[in-house]
Ligand binder design. Structure first.
Ligand code: ZN
Length: 477
């Protein structure tokens, strides 16, 4: 046998992953992606993603940690738990053979997505129409959100604590909503503006009705008719918008795309695609892992991870503290700090796929390519890596080992070419504990657009990579 040249010894090659996919893996890929599509179609908001996740966790035997704390239960290796944070963020874990102090293997993604939030005083009437005023959430390109069907999701909470959940626009017979746009015939002035200025954020108001109330004495009959219907169907009044969280999102389920059905087009794939892949990996984890496996599905990433349900909050470390306390032995802050510092994490977030229609924003060697597997992003940031949680070469080497052993197809890529822009994830928030963190996830086309596009192969390899990471011991031979 000829001696291997360095070239032949290469195990990291970038090629279309379908070329080497076995029929068995191909079947698994379709199964994972079908279940993902089902999850994505139901999880149209962070609250729904949270509820769907908990349903799947409970069905797989995960127990509510808060219930275990109240009951004074003790945790042992193999136990499966989850904990909710305000109905929006969720942490799930499988206790490993090693004590928590030795660190956890964490995969963390986010379940909030760019959208249009309804204001607290939103309803008004103008031009024979009733509209709801919105304040957009996250980084949207405003011109993309007009003249398309929107669904309304969210909750009204009454002063007595009663919560009314609404979802309009997803079922086939449901009405939908929309933001109107100018006709080309009258868009002379608008057409001269830049894309960023063409649509005023303040004017992203949603058309919700046009029929007058039968109340002859009312001043704003169309607005009143909307309120009458809301009251009839949901028992809410105009004042109840004050304590509501209502979100307009693109209406309808995700769909397969391409004549070969190799892609998925759907709303909210940033970052529910990685969130689902992480959750599914934890659900599929066989037996008791060597190190405790943990999945975090968090809220508020798109607006900087702030707030009680964002990664800036203490929810994660509080929950690890609770788990430590239930694992026996006296709780100590030092043990908590060790557990956090000794942890390994894949910050599961999306990257941008190379798009031939906008080739100029990428540097091809270091851009994520469709169907080339899950995307490992050593650093994010902008203008000279500013704001990046730059993962260490040592840690990236460990991930290479884990992925290679499990046959995970992956690619190393960064977001866009130097000085074109940039982005961030929750990686830096976890890195402050001193743990090893690197970004890893599915790369998308049309990221942050109402309908984002992902490749099934990349989704499957991301799931497979997360599973290998959660399962794999450190430096195992
Ligand atoms: Zn995003």
């Amino acid at each position: 046998m000829a001696k291997k040249t360095p070239k032949q010894a290469l195990t990291y090659t970038r090629a279309n992953g379908y070329e080497k996919l076995s029929p068995a893996e191909s079947k698994k890929l379709e199964a994972v992606c079908t279940e993902y599509r089902d999850f994505l179609g139901k999880a149209k908001t962070e609250r729904k993603a949270h509820d769907e996740a908990i349903e799947l966790l409970e069905a797989a035997g995960f127990q509510d940690l808060d219930g275990l704390i109240r009951g004074g239960a003790a945790l042992k290796p193999g136990d499966k738990v989850f904990r909710s944070c305000a109905g929006k963020t969720v942490l799930a874990a499988v206790l490993g053979q090693q004590p928590l102090e030795r660190g956890l293997h964490i995969v963390g993604g986010h379940t909030d997505s760019p959208r249009l939030d309804v204001k607290q005083n939103p309803l008004y009437e103008s031009g024979e129409m009733a509209l709801l005023d919105t304040h957009y959430y996250g980084g949207i390109r405003k011109y993309q959100w007009v003249a398309m069907p929107l669904a309304l999701h969210g909750v009204f909470v009454k002063p007595d604590g009663k919560k009314i959940t609404i979802a309009i626009g997803e079922e086939p017979g449901d009405p939908v909503f929309c933001i109107t746009d100018l006709l080309p015939h009258l868009a002379a002035d608008q057409g001269k503006k830049t894309l960023a200025e063409s649509h005023d954020g303040e004017n992203l108001d949603v058309l919700v009705g046009s029929m007058p109330s039968k109340d002859k004495k009312a001043k704003e009959k169309i607005k009143l008719r909307v309120l009458e219907l809301l009251h009839e169907r949901y028992g809410v009044t105009e004042e109840d918008f004050l304590s509501a969280e209502l979100e307009f999102v693109p209406a309808g389920p995700p769909r397969e795309a391409g004549i070969d059905r190799s892609l998925i087009i759907g709303y909210g794939q940033d970052d529910r695609v990685c969130a689902y892949a992480a959750l599914r990996a934890l659900l599929d984890l066989p037996g008791t892992p060597r190190y405790s496996s943990c999945v975090l599905l968090c809220d508020k990433e798109e607006i900087g991870s702030v707030g009680a349900t964002g990664m800036y909050s203490n929810f994660f470390e509080n929950t690890v503290s609770e788990m430590l306390a239930l694992c026996g032995g006296a709780y100590s802050e030092l043990v908590l700090k060790r557990a956090l510092e000794n942890s390994w994490m894949l910050s599961a977030d999306v990257n941008a796929l190379f798009d031939p229609l906008f080739a100029g924003v990428s540097e091809k060697k270091n851009a994520a390519m469709l169907n080339q597997g899950t995307c490992l992003t050593k650093y994010t940031g902008a203008r000279g890596k500013s704001g990046a949680s730059d993962a260490s070469a040592e840690f990236v080497a460990q991930i290479r080992r884990i992925f290679k052993r499990a046959g995970v197809v992956w690619q190393a890529a960064e977001l866009g070419k130097v000085d074109q822009g940039g982005g961030g994830t929750i990686a830096y928030l976890m890195a402050r504990y001193g743990m090893n963190v690197v970004d890893c996830g599915v790369a998308l086309l049309s990221m942050h657009a109402p309908w984002e596009v992902s490749g099934k192969f990349d989704i499957y390899m991301t799931y497979k990579g997360f599973l290998a990471f959660l399962k794999d011991g450190r430096n195992a031979k």
